[in-house]
Design a protein around this ligand. Structure first.
Ligand code: ADP
Ligand code: MG
Length: 702
């Protein structure tokens, strides 16, 4: 038995603060429990009444003669602590605190909330809230409506958690309006104890719940969220709306990675790695939920569109193509079958435009034919109301035509006054119904993405025993000892090398003679660069010279560059480095988000990376599957994949560097930002190696 069963499947519920006034929160909750026919016992608690709602009312929970599993607390803030204490003494298993005025109001509220949590833990109870709307469990064996929502939900398979109370109420209303049935609802409030993560784990095992919806404002523990979602989302789709911004973008950054790690990257990456389907708005949450709750996941991207009018079909086609879906020509056999049923003027390729005269029989026959076409994975049926055609009859035709179809069927009903009846009829028959074709396309595309997630290998973390943690910490400690947070080029390249990340052969030189000797060792042509903790963007100040082809050129470069650099930083030295013979410049980087931990970045590199912004982020820990996806997710991927006769890049080598960087970030909590830009990504057989590195440390610990 899960520890949350006491919350969602109580045998007896007390409402502390129950009132005769139904407009009060305590009154509304009691009313909802009773009218929704809670299957256990209900006890009103209120010292000022002896009867509420025709039930005997008790002055305290402790005065109730029977055991109580769950107490809903809706008393004014000053009475909350004593109510909890009394619950603890009574042996109550869980409390839902509706009362507001805690963490959300400032320091005093936060202190009170801490006291609440301490007391709840002390008595071994679980807590939802404070500052929430309550909880609902639609299981017919329970029928728990312990919220003050005025909406009467219909039972179904969608579980929903909301971090906002008011939005939760609105969403409950919309669920009903869209014909979506609920399994459980939780208004999380301040999440002082029970979190979204706890609910995900509970709903993972709940047989009633098939789809999980979440409205999130913050993550209590992003790493745990990732771990849990990766598992749960393989069993049940999780659709989430995340509002609010992370702190990552606010920080002034010295690295490219830091400045590119915009406000939303962490969330976007977390969702991608967790298999969470992100809805960009509440509206989209419903667009997605309607399809996921009623339709099977499509096996592929091939969509058939069946319509009685051209315009909406074109809109649907455009939207599908834009979202990566395909509208293939139907098989000749399917076309023949359709031709038998429709008007001679109809177009039977795809979209199938049955023209305005199409009625129930045409829809039925065409749907059936398309459903049987092995080259089709999903169907969008569009009906635009016309005076002479009966909407509800067409709806029945669509339902008959879709009967037994193993593919998702999404209907767009652009209707008139009689549409409501038609829409209800189709929803009851298990179809997803929309008004606009673009919505159907969006929902299908989300299902296709989820299908890919289901097929995606789970991924494993790699370990790198050859990383020399001691040597890396030595480099960092030396910089710290000088009171620096910025590593020099020399130090940063050493960190990479100790971490097993290849760097183009290089040498630090402090005199012209050393430079000439290094040139002989490294070979020409060479690149000269400044190594300094002050000069971070070297080429901006003439700190990089490429194409040094003679020993004399190396000598001259040494003299000129060192002199210029010393004017800015007396400690500056020079680095000579082999010039990369070939390869594409890519950037790899990492930044440490205070909330999400390390964020890893991959993109097409060079000095214009901030202009191009062709980068992808993922959060730590990276699996081999994550690394595999990252290098393929940039828009410029064809450049790496051998477009127009270019050699194909050794992608496995790039993935290995990403995984090493991820490991490095875990190994060195001191590092807050790291850029490898450029790394020369070369074809298999040639060395993939870094040509530049920049590392910033966090503030020293005091
Ligand atoms: P910074 O980023 O500080 O300006 P870099 O070391 O990245 O300095 O050099 C700037 C550019 O010079 C690189 O993006 C790359 O195009 C070129 N470059 C630097 N080092 C090499 C090298 N070893 N081989 C070839 N090109 C290089
Ligand atoms: Mg650079």
């Amino acid at each position: 038995m899960s520890s949350l069963d006491v919350l969602f499947r109580p045998r007896a519920v007390a409402v502390i603060g129950a009132s005769r006034d139904r407009r009060s929160v305590g009154g509304a909750i009691l009313h909802n429990l009773l009218t929704f026919e809670f299957q256990g016992q209900v006890f009103p608690v209120n010292p000022k009444a002896s009867v509420v709602h025709s039930l005997k009312c008790y002055p305290t929970v402790e005065a109730i003669p029977d055991p109580v599993d769950l107490a809903v607390i809706a008393v004014p803030r000053p009475h909350v602590l004593s109510a909890i204490e009394s619950c603890g003494r009574k042996g109550v298993g869980a409390v839902v605190i509706i009362t507001a005025g805690f963490k959300e109001t400032g320091d005093a509220g936060l202190a009170l909330e801490r006291d609440v949590v301490r007391l709840v833990k002390q008595h071994g109870m679980r807590l939802v809230g404070p500052n929430c709307m309550g909880i609902i469990n639609m299981d017919p064996a329970v029928r728990l409506q312990a919220s003050f929502s005025a909406n009467e939900p219909v039972p179904g398979t969608v579980a929903f958690s909301s971090q906002s109370g008011a939005l939760g109420e609105a969403i409950l209303a919309l669920l009903r309006e869209r014909g979506l049935g609920l399994s459980m609802f939780v208004s999380l409030g301040n999440k002082a104890d029970v979190s979204g993560n706890d609910l995900l784990e509970y709903w993972e095992e709940d047989p009633q719940t098939h789809v999980i919806l979440m409205y999130l404002e913050s993550f209590g523990n992003p790493q745990r969220f990732l771990e849990i979602c990766q598992r749960v989302s393989k069993k049940k789709p999780i659709i989430a709306v995340k509002s609010g911004r992370t702190a990552a973008g606010a920080r002034a950054a010295a690295s490219h990675t830091g400045s590119l790690a915009g406000a939303d990257n962490a969330v976007e990456s977390l969702f991608a790695q967790a298999g969470v389907i992100r809805a960009t708005s509440i509206e989209e949450l419903f667009v997605f939920a309607s399809a996921f709750a009623s339709q099977p996941i499509p096996a592929g991207t091939r969509v058939a569109i069946v319509t009685n009018s051209g315009g909406p079909a074109i809109l649907a086609t455009d939207a599908c193509i834009e979202l990566g879906l395909q509208i293939p020509t139907l098989s000749p056999a399917t076309q023949d079958r359709i031709r038998l049923a429709v008007a001679p003027e109809a177009s039977v390729t795809n979209p199938v435009d049955m023209i305005a005269t199409a009625a129930a029989a045409q829809y039925e026959a065409t749907m059936r034919a398309v459903a049987g076409d092995a080259g089709i994975d999903a169907i969008i049926a569009i009906f635009t109301s016309l005076e002479m055609i009966d909407g509800p009859e067409v709806a029945q035709g669509i339902v008959r035509g879709a009967a037994g179809c193993q593919k998702p069927v999404l209907v767009c009903f652009m209707g008139n006054v009689r549409s409501r009846e038609a829409i209800d009829l189709m929803r009851e028959a298990g179809l997803a119904v929309y008004t606009f074709p673009e919505d159907a396309a969006r929902a299908l595309a989300a299902m296709v993405r989820y299908g890919h997630w289901l097929a995606r290998p789970a991924g494993r973390r790699r370990t790198f025993d050859d990383m020399d943690g001691g040597a890396i910490h030595g480099v960092i400690a030396a910089a710290r000892a000088q009171g620096r947070r910025q590593l020099t080029l020399v130090e940063a390249q050493r960190v990479l090398e100790h971490g097993g990340i290849p760097v183009l052969p290089w040498r630090e030189v402090r005199s012209r003679a050393e430079a000439v000797a290094a040139a002989a060792d490294l070979g020409l042509p060479l690149v000269a660069k400044v190594s300094s903790s002050v000069i971070v963007h070297k080429s901006e100040v003439g700190g990089v010279r490429v194409g040094l082809a003679t020993t004399a050129a190396v000598g001259t470069a040494f003299d000129e560059m060192l002199q210029a650099a010393r004017a800015r930083d007396p400690e500056a030295t020079l680095v000579l480095q082999q010039q990369a013979a070939q390869g594409t410049e890519v950037i790899l980087g990492a930044t440490r988000d205070p909330k999400f931990g390390p964020l890893l970045m991959f993109g097409l590199g060079g000095i214009f990376v901030e202009v191009m912004k062709d980068v992808v982020f993922r959060v730590h820990p990276l699996s081999d599957t994550d690394a595999h996806e990252m290098v393929r997710a940039v828009k410029g991927f064809p450049l790496l994949d051998g477009v127009r006769g270019r050699p194909r890049t050794d992608l496995a080598a790039l993935e290995a560097v990403l995984l090493r960087l991820d490991h490095l970030m875990a190994l060195c909590p001191d590092i807050v930002e790291l850029d490898v830009n450029p790394l020369f990504a070369a074809p298999a057989g040639s060395p993939t190696a870094a040509a530049d590195a920049r590392i910033t440390l966090g503030p020293p610990e005091i």
